[in-house]
Ligand binder design. Structure first.
Ligand SMILES: *Cc1c(COP(=O)(O)O)cnc(C)c1O
Length: 373
């Protein structure tokens, strides 16, 4: 019996039965078919980013969750005399600053509120004033709230100032159209278990070859050495250490399903429809979204807690869990809120059933539906 809940969380997320089935094999890490599959996955990831090897880009796969991929770039790319500027409007930006601190890198942060886009005038000024800054890092979709940062505009500015640009596109890559060249990205990081709808187990970095070739010897760790991982993949097609074989088999299938859905635009269309249906339904129940529609992505949506004191989030969460739905607690520093992911193998029917379960849960808790404004 399948007692899996539907995951309305931004990774791990609900995957298709066929993606799960693809893992029913034990692949040997040196099996030529497995090595060919890795090569093929790397090429297809570049295509998703609108680039290719011929155009001067490389895809590097790395064991571990998305954070490992981000830390691989942060700890491998910045030279000892370099300095990183990090744009922060949520926990994933903060996490990059923590990494820079751990590795003893010179770093500076430009923070804006969690519901505010970065101020490009301030960035422009900082890059003019501080010539020691060599790298700029930003998060595309800040999953803390679901805010979508203007990555192309930031990229254009960074390029004009001739600095390197690192983008955490964890929760957007594969569903939000993105062209690495147009956005001036030197490094893009994402992972297997977000919009591509694979299972957890590895992250990947898309990078400009010219930039990558210059970072040999900069890594501060062995296992997260991005340059060495790239060289390993280039030399014998393999991961340096035990590869996440099952996760790669699942990912190969997930990529096929993404292509069958119409690629990034097709998938983006489904997620956008999920998001619109969710927001309309939640508004009808009296919930208020945290972000304004102009800054909101269709990846994940943050809602304020209802003001009625009878609302208890722990109870709300538990009742939804019992009904078969997993939502996501909030991560905001100051406000009480919760989040609902719109990504994964979910569509209109699943969003509708979640909305029904939310309405039932409010009723059961003695709350008025719709909630009063
Ligand atoms: C999920 C996520 C991460 C971290 O990924 P893990 O797989 O949890 O390590 C980093 N950045 C963003 C924007 C994310 O959404």
């Amino acid at each position: 019996m399948n007692t899996d809940r539907l995951l309305f969380t931004p990774g791990p997320l609900t995957t298709s039965p066929t993606v799960k089935q693809a893992m029913q094999h034990d692949a040997g890490s040196r099996d030529p078919r497995f090595i060919a599959m890795i090569r093929d996955i790397r090429e297809r990831l570049l295509q998703l980013g609108g680039v290719s090897q011929a155009a001067g880009y490389e895809a590097i796969l790395l064991q571990g969750s998305g954070t490992f991929g981000v830390e691989s770039v942060i700890s491998s790319a910045i030279p000892t005399d370099g300095k990183i500027l990090i744009l922060i409007n949520g926990v994933y930006g903060e996490r990059m600053a923590t990494m820079a601190g751990r590795h003893g890198l010179a770093a500076t942060a430009l923070r804006t509120a969690e519901n505010q886009l970065p101020d490009l005038t301030v960035l422009d000024h900082a890059l003019t004033q501080d010539q020691s800054i060599t790298h700029v890092a930003a998060v595309h979709c800040e999953t803390t709230t679901g805010i979508l940062n203007p990555i192309e505009k930031i990229g254009a500015l960074v390029r004009r100032h001739r600095r390197r640009f690192i983008v955490d596109a964890m929760s957007s890559f594969g569903a939000v159209p993105l062209d690495l060249t147009a956005a001036g990205m030197d490094y893009l990081i994402s992972s297997a278990n977000k919009c591509i709808e694979g299972v957890p187990g590895f992250s990947f970095v898309l990078a400009r070859r010219e930039v990558l070739s210059a970072i040999a010897g900069r890594a501060r760790t062995l296992s997260l050495d991005l340059f060495a991982q790239w060289q390993g993949l280039e030399q014998d097609g393999q991961f340096r250490f035990t590869p996440p074989t099952h996760a790669l088999l699942a990912f190969d299938q997930a990529l096929r399903e993404l292509e069958a859905e119409g690629g990034v635009t097709g998938r983006g269309r489904r997620y956008a429809a999920n998001h619109q249906l969710l927001v309309a339904g939640m508004r009808k129940l009296g919930f208020r979204p945290y972000l304004t529609p102009e800054t909101q992505s269709y990846i994940i949506t943050t809602f304020h807690y209802p003001t009625d004191p009878r609302f208890r989030f722990a109870h709300f969460y538990q009742r939804l869990f019992e009904k078969g739905f997993v939502i996501y607690p909030g991560k905001l520093t100051r406000l009480d809120c919760f989040r609902i992911g719109n990504i994964g193998r979910i569509g209109e029917a699943e969003i509708q059933s979640l909305l029904t379960a939310i309405a039932e849960t409010l009723h059961e808790s003695g709350l008025p539906v719709p909630l009063p404004a």
